[in-house]
Write a protein of this length. Structure first.
Length: 130
């Protein structure tokens, strides 16, 4: 799947965001090597700590459906400034591969692409528990 199509899907997911407190909508779309797409949006809570980011929602949907062959994820937040996954999301996503491509987008035409290992260098992962 082309990066721009995945960004478009993430933008559509962003519209489903439940963000009454921050008013900061985020959408994400995960693409698996087997061709499946899973979306997520941020879901806030008045007590804040139960809030969950769009990236983790999309990953959780993907994993809970039995897919672990994640190739890439598109993340779309602000249309003014490129949004990146938070540290918790980076660590969570790392569990499923350091080489997962992360597309951080403002729009279909304005985006940056990294691997998880670039976004979270010197990370702690499953291989550190062996």
């Amino acid at each position: 799947m082309e990066d721009r199509l995945l960004i478009k899907i993430a933008m559509e997911a962003r519209e489903k965001s439940y963000s009454p407190y921050s008013k900061f909508k985020v959408g994400a779309a995960v693409y698996t090597k087997s061709g499946k797409v899973f979306t997520g949006c941020n879901i806030e809570s008045a007590s804040y700590s139960p809030t969950i980011c769009a990236e983790r929602v999309a990953f959780a949907k993907c994993i809970s459906e039995g897919y672990r062959d994640i190739e890439k994820i598109a993340v779309v937040g602000s249309e003014v400034k490129t949004s990146f996954p938070c540290g918790v999301c980076r660590q969570f996503m790392l569990e499923f591969g350091k080489d997962i491509k992360v597309i951080c987008a403002r729009s279909i035409d304005s985006y940056e692409v990294y691997t998880l290992s670039q976004l979270l260098p010197h990370s702690f992962g499953p291989e550190d528990l062996n």
